[in-house]
Design a protein around this ligand. Structure first.
Ligand SMILES: Nc1ncnc2c1ncn2[C@@H]1O[C@H](COP(=O)(O)OP(=O)(O)O)[C@@H](O)[C@H]1O
Ligand SMILES: NC(=O)OP(=O)(O)O
Length: 311
């Protein structure tokens, strides 16, 4: 097989719902990753952090309630914490899976900062759902207290934060060096720690970058062949959740743009995945995105399932 470079973006399902579940979930995730690594591909792993970063912010806010002198933890700091604890669980699970198969491959987690534009309009319109699902009553109460809340793809209410577009991955050189040295690299977790460059000094900003958008940028800049987005659905659908729902196996960039105009993909869930896939396809010839379930990754690569978005 020709050596492929694959960026895999892991959705919430690959990580479980809490710290305990994560330890179990990553074991299964690691098997899928090592199955692909066994075929000799260069592998770069990214992951989401919506539930996790919300949980960290909640915990930190509770500390402020409990202790008078406790200062608020900024959102980018919580993103950095989420990269750390998710990264180490993934790294250890992948290492153990490699060990069981007697495979000699290094695994590294790179904390990564992703530059955004301070003037991005996204700062005025929070669209990224984070944290747990709220009851309608909780949502109303929080909204009254000035917190942005949104409805998340028909699944309930969640806190919403700004999600500016990623512009530049500051650790790209380090990531490239490690990939070239054969490491499986875990990076751009939670879309990357959002920063702006102020005269050479990187400063965190209150946002959570969409991990699919960051993954698309990373895949384009590393010259990857494949972007694989593993999520909670086997395929992308049009008329999702309706009686006339239709699962799609193959989607051209042109068709995808048309469906976006028809509002076929929910904001904050499927829409950023499709937009990320379009940008990746447009970044270079032959670049494809596969969207499918974690369990179906291998079958998807073999062309047996999932939705492939291509030029
Ligand atoms: N048109 C669509 N086709 C398929 N799934 C869709 C569509 N629109 C919205 N969704 C929802 O998007 C979800 C995936 O987004 P999300 O949960 O944010 O992903 P992840 O956390 O895995 O990155 C699916 O589980 C599904 O509920
Ligand atoms: N940062 C991010 O996109 O996280 P989720 O995939 O969990 O929404």
């Amino acid at each position: 097989m020709e050596k492929k470079k694959i960026v895999i973006a892991l959705g919430g399902n690959a990580l479980g719902k809490d710290v305990e579940e994560q330890k179990e979930a990553v074991e299964k995730t690691a098997k899928v990753i090592v199955d692909l690594a066994e075929q000799g591909a260069d592998m770069i792993i990214t992951h989401g952090n919506g539930p996790q970063v919300g949980m960290i912010q909640d915990a930190m806010d509770n500390l402020m309630v409990k202790y008078e002198n406790c200062k608020q933890i900024p959102l980018p700091t919580s993103v950095a914490m989420s990269q750390g604890y998710i990264g180490i669980d993934l790294q250890n699970a992948i290492k153990y899976e490699l060990y069981k198969r007697n495979m000699d491959r290094k695994v590294s987690t790179i904390l990564s900062q992703v530059e955004v534009d301070a003037a991005d309009k996204a700062f005025e319109n929070p669209t990224k759902p984070i944290g747990r699902f709220l009851t309608e009553e909780e949502a109303k109460k929080m909204e009254a207290g000035g917190v942005h809340v949104m409805e998340d793809a028909g699944r309930g209410y969640r806190v919403a934060v700004a999600s500016p577009m990623p512009k530049r991955i500051r650790e790209l050189g380090t990531i490239r060096t490690l990939v070239e040295a054969g490491h499986i690299v875990i990076t751009c977790g939670g879309g990357g720690i959002p920063v702006v460059d102020r005269d050479g000094r990187l400063q965190g900003v209150n946002a959570v970058i969409d991990k699919d958008n960051a993954s698309s940028l990373l895949a384009a800049q590393l010259g990857a062949d494949y972007l694989i987005i593993l999520t909670a659905v086997e395929k992308v659908a049009i008329n999702f959740g309706k009686e006339n729902q239709e699962w799609l196996s193959d989607l051209t960039v042109e068709q995808a743009k048309q469906y976006i105009e028809e509002n076929q993909f929910a904001k904050g869930s499927m829409l950023p995945k499709i937009e990320a896939a379009i940008r990746f396809a447009e970044s270079g010839e032959g670049r494809k995105t596969l969207i499918t379930l974690l369990d179906k990754a291998a079958a998807g690569i073999a062309g047996e399932t999932g939705t492939v978005i291509h030029y």
